[in-house]
Ligand binder design. Structure first.
Ligand code: SAM
Length: 310
């Protein structure tokens, strides 16, 4: 009946709000540790590698004077990378309000920031960006680093995410991001015994509750990454579904590569190779362990371009 349906959708939406709150609480609770402390992390080189990879993407696509929207900005760890790209304006949004404050603080403590910036706490998968950003702002670039997969909890959320990416992005504008590679994860799971529900190594684990069918949305797993993510619900991003949906929002895929591939290519360029040393990915006394190197390859990097006629 309509009443039960209504009741049902009410409790569904309550459940989705709870998941969003769980994710926000998780990130809010992570301390913002300084550079020295970060060096002691068991995954220091992996974190440095992920930062290097984001620098590769940003330096390749950002241009002088760009207006940039960062969805899932977190604690603002990419601010320096944007500064090196000499962008003109930066808008950072995240559901975790404590992180947003830390990002704002990090921006304010930058010496002579070469760009202007605004920060907003917003559930970008449930609310339109126009709630916090004026509708006449046009972005040249949108970045979503290690956060888009949370929107694949439901189609409604994934659509709101894409609406927010695309609605104020100029024609020809660029959308970059990093997500776990669902294809790789499922392949690895399926290559094990038929009752296997978990994959991983000494620093990460990905645990499913079932493995018979993976839905296009809501294909939940629990992710643990040593010294970074405690056991957070995440969702597989089925790439063909993502691509098809993105197309509806005028976005076409122009780049899609696993982190290992990005490394193979980019480390051939002298400047980016040099950056591997400057960002401490490779040091005299160490580099990524075998387990860190495997964990790095969970992820892929993508680039979409907004079609000119949309
Ligand atoms: N982009 C940052 C980086 O690369 O360091 C942070 C990545 S962190 C792994 C994932 C971020 O996604 C968290 O800061 C989290 O709060 C944010 N996030 C998750 N769900 C969100 C939502 N519905 N709206 C906005 N941000 C969200």
């Amino acid at each position: 009946t309509t009443t039960t349906k209504r009741k049902h959708s009410h409790s569904d939406s309550q459940a989705h709000k709870r998941v969003a709150a769980q994710v926000a609480d998780h990130y809010n609770a992570r301390p913002d540790v300084g550079v020295e402390k970060r060096k002691e992390s068991s995954i220091y080189h992996l974190k440095s590698f992920n930062n290097w990879l984001k620098s590769v993407l940003i330096s390749r696509y950002a241009r002088h004077g760009f207006n940039v929207l960062d969805i899932g900005v977190g604690k603002g760890g990419d601010l320096l990378k944007w500064s090196k790209a000499r962008i003109g304006n930066f808008v950072g949004c995240d559901i975790a309000s404590v992180s947003v404050e830390q990002a704002r603080g990090r921006y304010q403590s930058m010496r002579k920031p070469p760009f202007t910036a605004q920060f907003h706490a917003l559930d970008c998968y449930s609310e339109p960006i126009s709630n916090v950003v004026s509708a006449d702002q046009v972005f040249d670039m949108v970045s979503m680093q290690f956060c888009l997969h949370y929107s694949f909890e439901t189609e409604t959320k994934a659509r709101m995410m894409l609406h927010n990416v695309s609605s104020q992005l100029r024609p020809g504008g660029i959308f970059i991001g990093t997500i776990p590679d669902a294809y790789w994860i499922v392949k690895k799971l399926k290559s094990g015994p038929s009752d296997l529900l978990e994959i991983g190594n000494s620093i990460y684990s990905i645990r499913f509750e079932r493995r018979d069918a993976f839905e296009k949305f809501g294909a939940k797993y629990w992710f643990h990454l040593e010294d970074a993510i405690d056991d957070c619900p995440e969702y597989l991003v089925h790439m063909p579904t993502f691509q098809k949906l993105a197309d509806e929002y005028g976005l076409e895929l122009v780049y899609n590569k696993k982190f290992h591939q990005v490394y193979e290519e980019a480390s051939k360029e002298p400047e980016l190779k040099d950056l591997l040393y400057r960002m401490n990915v490779i040091q005299d006394n160490g580099h990524l362990s075998e387990d860190e190197w495997e964990a790095a390859n969970i992820y892929l990097a993508f680039v979409f371009r907004k079609k000119e006629n949309k």
